[in-house]
Design a protein around this ligand. Structure first.
Ligand SMILES: [Zn+2]
Length: 182
């Protein structure tokens, strides 16, 4: 490889750099919905302290526990989830054993591009939609973009709030990001 080649521009360099990578624990199948780019809004009652992160910032999407019998608001996502469930059953594995429906692992790195309260979008997009079919009443909407799905989910215990990854987990996630970007 020539030394004259310009450095590869990467997602990691553009949005994450050397800043610490924080994680957000999200229940399944919502984490899968985000990691597969179906879900573009995360609903929370809070936002991170501005001395921690400010939009746009990258975070690791962590799959925590599984919510049973969830009906997703997007028919295409629902169909895909049901197909994954059938596939997992055929393989005689519990549903969370499917790679991206597993729990207690990091599935993807996602950019949060901003926050707004539901009142700011809910009545501006008729009839009953907010900024997204995933945006809920009474919640703060985290706007999501630039999803980088990790080829191998990284096992990790979850926590509340926006939490720093353990160093070994962060190294494993960054190594996969690097491979995705180059
Ligand atoms: Zn919204």
């Amino acid at each position: 490889m020539s030394r004259d080649q310009p450095p590869q521009r990467s997602h990691e360099a553009s949005t994450l750099g050397s800043r610490p990578l924080y994680a957000l624990s999200i229940r399944q199948p919502w984490a899968w919905c985000i990691a597969t780019q179906h879900k573009d809004v995360e609903n929370r009652s809070w936002k991170p302290r501005p001395d921690t992160v400010k939009p746009p910032f990258d975070f690791a999407a962590h799959a925590s526990i599984y919510d049973e019998a969830v009906d997703l608001p997007i028919p295409a996502a629902n169909r895909k989830l049901r197909a994954l469930e059938a596939e997992a059953r055929l393989a005689q594995r519990a549903l969370p054993q499917h790679k991206y429906l597993r729990t207690r692992c990091i599935l993807a790195v996602v950019t949060c591009t901003g926050f707004h309260y539901w009142e700011d979008c809910m009545f501006q997009n008729p009839p009953e939609y907010s900024c997204s079919p995933w945006g809920l009443h009474q919640e703060l909407h985290w706007q999501l973009a630039n999803v980088r799905l990790l080829p191998s989910p990284v096992p990790c215990k979850g926590r509340l709030g926006l939490w720093p990854l353990p160093p070994a987990v962060e190294a494993a996630v960054r190594a996969q990001l690097h491979r995705i970007d180059t």
